[in-house]
Design a protein. Structure first.
Length: 343
């Protein structure tokens, strides 16, 4: 009888531990909100909620791009410089004609043309990274580190030649409205950024869960040898995942410029760290083969809650780095623990 009771207790404890590991990101998010609200109850408002979601929008798009590469078992260090390149190109092509410092006088392009152009450009650079990883068998870390340097050189050269190394601003109203505008629903305004994110999330969810590409991506991340034996085209899958990531980086870069109103060659610097960290916090395993769209979005929101919430209650920006670092370490530790349990 005593052994049965002990067994029940151990089973209950094991079940609780498993539940805690699987839901750690939601527990952390709830704890953060509770602590910040206790310090300042005004934080918990509809206005702040929408502000956080809006500020997280471009980061969600970036995280959804790099998440696929992480699921493959890799990483992408070129994200920030992709944003910089997309930023200076789109900003230079979408300046207001009334701007006295306009780079291309008389150029009056519809917003979608430069946006699609930078999406294509970033897609091509990511294609190159994908080929280097898939065909030349260079580790993703080294391939994207090299691409990071190349992109910074290209963006800086373009920025210096066409903008004389001065911030590119004075953007067209239609461009800033494209990123900053919204739909007036009477009781509140629904930002366009939210709509873009919903669209991207829906597309990526469909790719990950309903298409062969998504299944192959998870198969490669879980066991590349087994995937190859099963008939998965390894190189093709890796390259396509990199292309999709690049397309999302380009779109996020254009939105970031429209949201902030200007661009330099340093726009996006360090964004890759936040995107990768958000994915890890959101449950995307650095070991590969594990991840979910909902988890990724939640991971980004956690980081945005940290950034906005702690600033809201006047926490030192240096302490902010400490807290974010601790959360990343905790997330990786949890990921490692899950991996050990599976083994």
């Amino acid at each position: 009888m005593k052994s049965i009771i002990l067994r029940k207790r151990s089973i209950t404890k094991a079940a609780c531990m498993k539940w805690a590991l699987n839901n750690a990101i939601y527990i952390v998010l709830a704890a953060l909100i509770i602590v910040i609200t206790l310090v300042d109850s005004s934080f918990l408002s509809f206005k702040n909620f929408w502000f956080i979601i809006t500020q997280a929008s471009t980061r969600i798009i970036l995280a959804l791009g790099v998440a696929g590469i992480i699921v493959l078992g890799g990483a992408d260090l070129s994200i920030g410089r992709m944003i910089g390149l997309a930023g200076v190109i789109s900003a230079s092509l979408l300046q207001s004609l009334e701007n006295p410092n306009i780079i291309f006088p008389g150029l009056d392009l519809p917003v979608l043309i430069p946006v699609l152009l930078v999406i294509l450009v970033c897609g091509v650079f990511s294609l190159v990274s994908g080929i280097v990883v898939a065909k030349m068998h260079v580790t993703a870390f080294i391939a994207t580190l090299g691409m990071q340097l190349i992109l910074y050189g290209v963006a800086s050269t373009y920025f210096e030649k066409i903008g004389n190394a001065s911030p590119i601003g004075g953007l067209k109203t239609s461009f800033t409205r494209f990123a900053q505008g919204g739909i007036d629903l009477g009781f509140f305004t629904l930002p366009y950024l939210i709509l873009y994110v919903i669209l991207v999330v829906a597309i990526m969810w469909f790719i990950w869960n309903k298409m062969a590409l998504g299944r192959n991506m998870f198969a490669i991340g879980t066991n590349v040898e087994a995937a190859q034996v099963s008939g998965v085209n390894i190189s093709r899958t890796i390259i396509l995942i990199y292309i999709i990531a690049g397309l999302l980086y380009g779109f996020a870069g254009a939105l970031e410029v429209g949201r902030t109103g200007s661009a330099t060659n340093n726009l996006g610097n360090g964004y890759e760290l936040d995107a990768i960290a958000a994915c890890v916090v959101g449950g995307v395993s650095l070991m590969g083969g594990v991840g979910s769209i909902v988890g990724i979005v939640t991971g980004v929101i956690i980081f945005q809650v940290i950034n906005y919430g702690l600033v809201y209650i006047s926490v030192s920006p240096y302490m902010l780095y400490i807290i974010k670092g601790a959360i990343v370490i905790l997330a990786v530790a949890i990921d490692a623990q899950k991996y050990v349990q599976k083994k």
